[in-house]
Design a binder for this molecule. Structure first.
Ligand SMILES: Nc1ncnc2c1ncn2[C@@H]1O[C@H](COP(=O)(O)OP(=O)(O)OP(=O)(O)O)[C@@H](O)[C@H]1O
Length: 295
């Protein structure tokens, strides 16, 4: 073997192995790597504060839940959040913020998975097939990234059997078939309970900003447990206390809708336009008229 060629080959191999042994050099450039510790609580707090409007309870609960969970090196179970509220109040939006603060590519990350009941599991006669698919999807993805995030949208339309199927993954098991699910995050979104949340907001007599979690959480969990259409009804998730936090999303008011429009304009690189925002916000339907609450 010619010595110069050998030296070049050795140098190339050492450079390559050196490169591959420092994931930070190639993660994000060549491939997406599973983020284990990218979470920064200050950045998440800022994101929630700057981008999520009119949801002081969701802001507080979600920040505490995510920060506590991400800072715990040894959680005893995966985190399970259940987000409830009327349509268009920010449940998907906040899930996106969570995803972005845990995996760099956010919703585009291969470690963040969104399931929409009516889109992914539309046929009741295929429940057995869906069950197998959900189980192997969760198992496969958590094996390759313990910090995987699974978002289930339209929980109220999800077949009861399917949600029971993921129960073992949410439980306190150390491992199932050699895989630990304890670092994963499950987020369930639904409109179920939206009506009781709205009722409490309207009838509590408190200022919206003074509402506390205790005002809403008990009525919310009772409603979910008793409502046959909630998708959670008598499901083993509730029976076994596997949901860590029920998060209420309050109905937005006219001023919040305006803030959303302004944020969307900025997001699209357009000039903020108060007048346009007011005009659009005025076009929404509010109830009761004097509180200008958006339903
Ligand atoms: N509280 C909020 N703060 C900031 N933006 C919001 C808020 N609520 C809604 N938006 C804006 O409206 C859009 C639609 O909201 P989103 O999809 O999060 O509603 P949702 O509660 O998930 O509704 P659905 O129950 O119909 O799925 C978001 O992408 C976001 O731009």
């Amino acid at each position: 073997l010619e010595p110069i060629t050998t030296a070049v080959a050795i140098a190339a191999v050492s450079a390559l192995t050196g490169y591959l042994s420092y994931p930070r050099f190639y993660c994000g450039r060549l491939v997406e790597c599973c983020e284990e510790n990218a979470y920064n609580s200050t950045a998440f707090q800022e994101d929630l504060g700057n981008k999520l409007f009119g949801q002081h309870l969701a802001h507080d609960v979600i920040f505490r839940a995510i920060t506590g969970f991400m800072n715990n090196e040894n959680p005893k179970k995966p985190l399970a959040l259940s987000l409830h509220g009327w349509t268009g109040t920010g449940k998907n939006f906040v899930s996106k913020l969570i995803a972005e603060n845990i995996q760099e590519k956010g919703m585009n990350s291969k470690y963040v998975h969104l399931f929409v009941s009516t889109m992914h599991f539309p046929h009741n006669n295929l429940i057995h097939l869906y069950k197998d698919q959900i189980q192997s999807w969760i198992r496969g993805n958590v094996s390759s990234c313990p910090r995987s995030i699974f978002i289930f949208d339209e929980m109220d339309k999800l077949h009861q059997g399917l949600i029971d199927t993921i129960k073992p993954f949410l439980d306190y098991y150390e491992q199932i078939d050699g895989v630990s699910y304890r670092k994963a995050i499950f987020i369930f979104l639904s409109n179920a309970g939206g009506d009781v949340i709205n009722k409490v907001v309207l009838e509590s007599g408190k200022r919206r900003e003074d509402l506390e979690l205790q005002d809403l959480e008990p009525v919310l969990s009772v409603q979910l447990f008793n409502n046959k259409d909630s998708g959670f009804w008598h499901s083993s998730l509730i029976d076994k206390n596997l949901i860590d936090f029920y998060v209420p999303f309050l109905p937005l008011e006219h001023r919040h809708v305006k803030q959303c429009v302004m944020a969307e304009l900025r997001h699209r690189g357009k000039m903020p336009n108060e007048e346009l925002a007011s005009r659009l916000a005025n076009e929404m339907t509010y109830f009761p008229k004097n509180t200008r609450m958006f339903f």
